[in-house]
Design a protein around this ligand. Sequence first.
Ligand code: FES
Length: 136
Amino acid sequence: MYNKRVMDHFQNPRNAGDMDSPDGVGTVGNPECGDVMRLYIEVQDDIITDVRFKTFGCGAAIASSSYATEMIKGKTIEEALQYTREDISDGLGGLPAKKMHCSNLAVDALKAAVEDYRIRRNASGAGPEDKNGDCE
Ligand code: FES
């Protein structure tokens, strides 16, 4: 059902786990199946410098999440937000048509994490370089 690249990311997920002090966290559920993904981002100078994820979902969701973290790490926020589920599927060498919805989790979780990052930054009155908001 899955190609080798998908299986590799499923069995050896990159950037899986928690992050101690994330700058943004996004948690989303897939309305088609109820699976859930949480994405943590660290941002410096508008660049996503680190990323971690936890996905409670199928193999395609875990592989998509893993691949998405590789795609967005080192990118600016605006660059990362340009990625679509088709980009993820293409990068993985293709997902079965009935599994395309699984790649939505990563795209939606990134949007949620960026929104959270922007809210935190605005709430602290800090610029992108002052992620802890402790510059009084
Ligand atoms: S079946 Fe739920 S994310 Fe794949």
